[in-house]
Design a protein around this ligand. Structure first.
Ligand SMILES: Nc1ncnc2c1ncn2[C@@H]1O[C@H](COP(=O)(O)OP(=O)(O)OP(=O)(O)O)[C@@H](O)[C@H]1O
Length: 348
């Protein structure tokens, strides 16, 4: 089932805060990650899809049908929140079987389906345990099984993996993707973890101040951010203000930077973006885009080395695979993007 929002606006009564002009469509089997600074409206969007909130304007469509005023229970959505909200007095099995009970299925069928769902998340052996006797990760798995047991038409996930350690998180990401793809379930996934969003999602929507600032594939959003706010929010970013000096050149506080061809008019105020991993140690050919400075905050992170290079009053954030930090670095022109100077909605 597809999930569509058409120009949805919502304001919390008396606060003036909410979301506006939200349009998005999630296809069956697709996972859309929703990211953005705290308070930008991600959970509000989820609640509008779930039917916990009703839009002031615009429409919510489920499988192409207008569901704007449909009650939550009639929407058939699997929802997993950060707090798993399991019933503490019930076993894992009864927790998972609960949505089937609400839907009036016979006891034997409920039990069979709930066991299948627990098996699906690798917890068939823990069916009789109560939540208190399960680890945080196991509880999240039970919550996921409970959200999937009634074969929901769409899955809404609000920080469902936040309580897990790194290894379990990776496992669960794969698990969610596998289940949701295999069953053709449209999924909305809210996360604070950008790596999780970029690695899991088919597409990513970046929100700021109640609006969608950009919606695209992970590569598009990372490589071609629509504006400075998105660039700064998604991944590490070196951003410098500048003025266009030519079709592939921008003057900045660090001097003239040669860029990929950018299409902005001469003299336009722009921002220059260089991702930390695009720097190379040493001087560039003919000294182009070469920056010399003092190494600060050098950290070895296993697969990469991350350090700051203080160049005049600007600090560059650099990531390399080298064994030692470099006091001079360069960036190839094709790794330098030019983007709109300012966004009209700066974060949340
Ligand atoms: N019930 C409410 N009444 C009034 N304002 C609210 C209510 N719930 C949320 N808000 C406000 O609406 C805005 C969006 O909140 P929302 O929970 O959607 O943000 P979020 O992006 O999910 O944040 P976080 O990442 O911190 O969970 C915030 O400014 C928040 O303070």
């Amino acid at each position: 089932m597809s999930v569509t929002l058409q120009d949805v606006c919502f304001r919390y009564a008396g606060s003036g805060v909410g979301v506006s002009a939200i349009s998005l469509a999630i296809a069956p089997g697709e996972l859309l990650a929703l990211i953005g600074p705290s308070g930008c409206g991600k959970t509000t969007v989820l609640k509008l899809i779930a039917g916990f909130l009703v839009p002031d304007r615009g429409r919510v469509l489920l499988a192409g049908q207008d569901a704007t005023h449909l009650p939550t229970r009639a929407r058939d959505l699997g929802i997993v929140f950060q707090s798993y909200a399991l019933f503490p007095h019930m076993s894992a099995l009864d927790n998972v079987a609960y949505p089937l009970k609400v839907r009036g299925l016979a006891a034997a069928l409920r039990r069979r389906r709930a066991l299948e769902a627990l098996d699906m998340v690798g917890l068939a052996g823990e069916a009789s345990r109560r939540p208190a006797a399960l680890s945080g990760g196991q509880q999240q798995r039970v919550a996921l099984a409970r959200a999937l047991v009634f074969r929901p038409k769409a899955l809404l996930l609000d920080e469902p993996l936040s309580a897990l350690d790194a290894a379990r998180r990776c496992e669960m990401r794969d698990e969610i993707r596998r289940l949701q793809r295999a069953h053709g379930i449209a999924a909305l996934h809210i996360t604070h973890d950008q790596e999780e969003a970029l690695s899991m999602a088919d597409r990513v929507a970046v929100m700021g101040r109640g609006r969608i600032l950009q919606l695209g594939t992970p590569t598009e959003v990372y490589r071609h951010p629509a504006n400075r706010t998105v660039a700064a929010f998604v991944g590490g970013a070196n951003l410098w203000d500048g003025r266009v000096a030519g079709p592939a050149a921008v003057d900045t506080a660090l001097g003239r930077v040669v860029t990929r061809p950018h299409g902005f008019a001469a003299g336009a105020a722009v921002a220059v973006l260089v991702r930390p991993e695009r720097f190379r140690a040493g001087e560039g050919p003919d000294g182009i885009n070469t920056f010399r400075g003092t190494v600060e905050r050098d950290r070895f992170l296993g697969s990469v080395r991350r350090f700051d290079l203080k160049v005049g009053s600007t600090t560059l954030s650099v990531e390399t695979a080298d064994d030692t930090p470099a006091s001079s670095v360069h960036v190839p022109p094709d790794a330098v993007q030019v983007i709109v100077a300012e966004s009209d909605c700066n974060g949340g």
